[in-house]
Design a protein around this ligand. Structure first.
Ligand SMILES: O=C(CO)[C@@H](O)[C@H](O)[C@H](O)[C@H](O)COP(=O)(O)O
Ligand SMILES: O=C[C@H](O)COP(=O)(O)O
Length: 955
């Protein structure tokens, strides 16, 4: 910054002499240190400076570099969790207020004619009248200074906002004016605004406005065109050359002529008589861009009564040094008219240029604002340090370049803002806007915190030993992560999650709890899902045997308003009913009551968790440009890797203490994106191996818990990175940050869904299996029998089932091993193998399935999924059926060791599970997927062992 010298003082100072001709010099610059160190005041005192203007580009220069703003940023971030936009605004408001204080004496001396400091509304709103009005009001109130001007762009949409703001008594600086036409509309808006006030019986005195007419940019464009034509040997070269550096000034002179006519009009005189001040023309963009011109050209040439020139610092210095002061604005008006006439005659399209300049002006302020917010967000991330998760990308050069290009596309298209504005066209343009309430749920939950805290205290007071949550998918996976990650809290019950129809598993959970001291949470968004309904029926019956009439007081429901479950809960006298948000789908519901209620019951620190969630939300806010926005960044990597690089197997590994995040992520990613033959295939918890066991279809995500990392995982990822595999490392500094990641991944999934080009909020193929299951359970209830079901092969231990097409493909194999061999032989590079086990999910079976999947991966070099039914049907099942046709499925079922009745139904849990397995296989077959079922007869343990052996032999 060079405006330190006040140089020529006193009367000789050309800056001061401007006053003689009625022009006020303002400074087109603001910076904290400049105001703080007294430099600004020196200009006021020494140069007769009478005002200050700011704009996004100016703030970008001020805040984007250096350390001026660091102390305030640090102090804000110590006490508040804010988004980058809010942070910027707090900094800007402080600057504007401080400058306004310096200029206030001028405001007083000139009786409100001068002494103003301008603050611009967000450039993103330049095309939105209503939003501009709201923002103008908000900023006016927030700064709260009489000598403030709110800058509103003079676009077609901005003009009506000017009228409203003026009518409300807000001082307005109308910016980005290039054409006389636009200027005339803005002057009219000002006058009508004042007339509106008069009509409302309000005073028009003391309201100030300037119309910022941009000058030099016009010459840049017109002269550029002249130079091109001259270089191309235009026949009018001489005449064209004579116009260089003249058109912008001529255009400005015409605006002044118009203004003079208006203020003489009877219409204006009436307002003037009522005390109105004229809206002054302010010359903006007055720094010389063409070095061959005088460096004070756009100050010298535009001096006139009742005008302002907002001068950039260098030009300010230059004008002080050698500016010439004369009433130039009204000189040679005929000459100016001639310049414009010549320009027209020579085909220089001034109208076209000014139209383009408005668009470019809006765009360049948007770009500057993006850059500014990006710098603020980056600084913020650095300052909050470990209070938020840290993401590191290791991507191959081609993927890295494509990700950067996509991020730039998102920035240019304002897509993060569009996402927050619920613009369904980011996806398929259907009903997506109705499913985005999760964007603001954290704010709602913070407001509702006392509700959860009271519930938490009640649970504690009642001394429950256990909480058993009955639910599926979106209603169970989030609570499961919370339970697995945070464990049991002193003084609170242990939180168990049951999401199975396997009779052994149901019984096992029953054994874990003490019914007399258990709180049951029946969790179902729709309220109609089969599993939570029959689990409720079973445990309600069991609990009644122990608790008698008090049974209802041990049950609470979490469900959407108006659901079947709500009615059941009311009828059965449940202790409490918590409600979900209809505009949040199950897999996006963890921060709604579906996660908060079990978290409260388990005694988790709710405020701290919500604060972490809020950090996630704020870091992904509309104001945070895509490259600095962790959600947009992650979503872009996921989307681009899958869409353009075939890396659609999102291989998620998490540190042991937070391992269960993968189960929640599986559902979020698979159910959101796996449809229409596209999508992401999450590969969860597949122990990391050397690079040699992977194909080229992987994107690795390492969720590393810094407080408790796993050395083996660290080493494996180090090796993968060294081998050039694409790896996203997300470092969680403490486990509570899983909640921040909940929000971040929801956002990322929405972004990835947009890039992949699907509706990220429906689940069209989940329903299909539910329908098939229903058919079978209904048939059972009617006939007391399952419909006949014939294996295409069986031996002493195994029976193999498949739809006709799959059976035909495998029919030549005559042993269990041969069938599996033939089945796996159908897989090719880029495919994945999913084991879908409808058996009890316990430590032993989880170890078994993990061992088998790794054997498959290492032998076939294919991605593998290890899933338990029916749980996965509410999760990855969507992608298996609706996503890319790259899955090779082995469904595993077994004889049940016990029979567990479902109260009120003929069918048992075992029958339901069988129906679910059949329904699942049926739909996979219908969709032409490669799928086979192997049923184990007799002892499960022995059967699994044998199956493991033959699978290993088959691959
Ligand atoms: O609009 C006002 C003042 O009202 C100015 O701050 C205005 O934005 C600036 O003069 C221009 O943006 C500067 O333009 P340029 O010199 O970069 O072409
Ligand atoms: O993810 C959702 C599951 O299908 C369970 O749905 P629900 O919460 O409506 O019972």
């Amino acid at each position: 910054m060079s405006v330190h010298e006040t140089g020529k003082g006193g009367a000789a100072n050309p800056l001061k002499q401007l006053a003689k001709y009625g022009q006020s010099p303002w400074l087109d610059f603001i910076q904290r240190s400049y105001t703080a160190d007294g430099s600004l005041k020196k200009l006021v005192d020494g140069d007769g400076l009478k005002g200050v203007t700011s704009n996004p580009a100016i703030f970008q220069k001020a805040m984007g570099q250096g350390t001026d703003y660091d102390p305030q940023i640090r102090s804000i971030l110590e006490h508040q969790i804010v988004d980058a936009g809010t942070l910027y605004e707090m900094l800007a408001i402080t600057d504007i207020r401080d400058a306004a204080k310096v200029l206030y004496p001028v405001y007083e001396q000139t009786k409100g004619v001068d002494g103003y400091v301008s603050l611009e509304v967000s450039p993103y709103l330049a095309r939105d009248t209503q939003a501009t009005i709201v923002e103008a009001r908000r900023l006016w109130k927030a700064v709260d200074a009489a000598n403030l001007m709110i800058k509103i762009p003079g676009t077609q949409e901005g003009a009506p906002a000017v009228r409203t703001a003026i009518a409300e008594g807000i001082n307005v600086n109308v910016t980005l004016l290039f054409s006389n036409d636009a200027y005339k509309k803005v002057l009219e808006a000002y006058i009508v605004g004042l007339e509106d006030r008069l009509a409302q019986g309000k005073s028009v005195a003391g309201i100030a406005s300037v119309a910022s007419f941009f000058v030099s940019r016009i010459d840049v464009k017109i002269d550029g065109e002249i130079d091109r034509r001259v270089a191309a040997g235009d026949k009018d070269a001489a005449a064209l050359k004579a116009l260089r550096g003249k058109v912008a000034i001529a255009n400005a002179k015409m605006a002044y002529q118009y203004w003079q006519g208006v203020v003489k009009s009877a219409r204006w005189q009436k307002l003037a008589a009522a005390g109105a001040m004229p809206q002054r023309l302010l010359w903006a963009s007055t720094g010389t861009k063409d070095k061959s011109f005088s460096d004070v050209l756009y100050v010298d040439s535009l001096i006139g009564e009742d005008t302002v020139n907002t001068i950039p610092p260098k030009t300010f210095d230059a004008f002080r040094d050698h500016g010439k002061v004369a009433p130039t604005l009204t000189e040679d008006v005929k000459g100016a008219e001639q310049v414009l006439a010549d320009a027209k005659r020579l085909g220089l399209d001034l109208d076209g240029v000014t139209t383009v300049l408005v668009d470019e002006g809006v765009k360049s302020f948007e770009d500057a604002f993006d850059e500014l917010l990006g710098s603020v967000a980056a600084k913020q991330a650095a300052f909050v340090g470990k209070k938020v998760t840290t993401t590191t990308l290791h991507l191959p050069a081609d993927l890295d370049a494509a990700v950067k290009a996509e991020l730039e596309d998102w920035r240019k298209g304002g897509k993060v803002r569009r996402l927050w504005a619920k613009d369904a066209t980011l996806w398929t343009g259907k009903d997506e806007a109705n499913w985005l309430k999760w964007l603001s749920i954290v704010d709602d939950q913070i407001l509702a915190l006392s509700k959860f805290e009271e519930f938490q205290a009640e649970v504690k007071a009642r001394g429950f030993r256990d909480v058993l949550l009955l639910g599926m998918g979106g209603s169970s996976l989030g609570p499961e992560v919370l339970s697995e990650t945070f464990g049991k809290h002193e003084g609170f019950p242990h939180l168990y999650i049951l999401d199975s129809t396997d009779p052994q598993q149901v019984k096992a959970f029953e054994k874990k709890i003490d019914i007399a001291k258990t709180l049951f949470i029946v969790s179902s968004k729709s309220g109609g899902t089969l599993e939570p309904n029959i689990l409720k029926a079973y445990f309600f019956d069991e609990a009644k045997k122990v608790l008698g009439d008090k049974v209802g007081s041990h049950f609470i429901a979490v469900t959407d308003p108006g659901s079947h479950m709500e009615a059941v809960a009311k009828a059965d006298g449940f202790w409490k009913i918590f409600y979900g948000e209809k505009q949040i789908g199950g897999r996006y519901s963890v921060l709604s009551d579906f996660g908060m209620v079990p978290a409260a019951a388990a005694g988790l620190p709710l405020r701290l968790l919500l604060e972490s969630a809020l950090r996630g939300e704020k870091s992904c806010a509309a104001s945070v440009p895509p490259a600095q926005n962790p959600g947009a960044l992650l979503g872009t990597v996921l989307g681009v890797a899958a869409k353009s690089f075939g890396r659609d197997k999102v291989t998620i590994l998490a540190s042991p203490a937070i391992y269960d995040m993968g189960a929640w992520l599986e559902q979020l990613l698979a159910e959101s994106t796996g449809k229409n033959g596209r999508g992401l295939i999450p590969i969860d918890d597949e122990t990391a191996g050397p690079a040699s066991v992977y194909g080229k279809d992987r994107l690795f995500v390492y969720l590393r818990l810094a407080e408790k990392p796993c050395e083996k995982q660290d080493a494996a990822f180090k090796a993968l990175i060294a081998a050039g595999e694409p790896v996203v490392t997300i470092e969680l500094h403490d486990r509570r940050q899983i909640v921040e990641e909940f929000f971040r991944w929801e956002f990322a999934t929405a972004v990835a869904g947009s890039i992949i080009g699907i509706n990220a909020f429906d689940q069209p193929d989940v329903e299909a299996s539910k329908i098939e299951t229903k058919k079978i359970t209904t048939a059972y209830n009617e006939t007391g029998r399952l419909p006949p079901y014939e294996p295409f092969f069986k031996d002493a231990t195994f029976a193999f089932y498949a739809d006709p097409k799959n059976a035909a493909a495998l029919k030549d194999a005559r042993t269990a091993e041969a069938i599996l061999k033939a089945h796996f032989a159908r897989a090719k590079a880029g495919d994945y193998v999913a084991l879908l086990a409808y058996i009890e999910r316990d430590t032993a079976t989880r170890e078994w399935i993990q061992g088998v999947r790794l054997a498959i991966r290492d032998a076939l070099k294919l991605a593998t999924a290890a899933e338990f039914g029916p749980r996965f049907q509410h999760s990855t099942g969507q992608a298996y059926k609706g996503g890319p046709d790259t899955g090779v499925f082995v469904q595993i079922t077994a004889d049940d060791a016990i029979t567990l009745p479902v109260p009120g139904e003929k069918y048992t849990f075992g029958i339901v599970k069988e129906a679910q397995a059949r329904g699942d296989l049926e739909v996979l077959g219908e969709r032409g997927r490669r799928a086979v079922r192997v049923h184990i007869h007799g002892d499960l343990k022995a059967g699994l062992e044998k199956l493991g052996q033959i699978i290993k032999a088959a691959v």
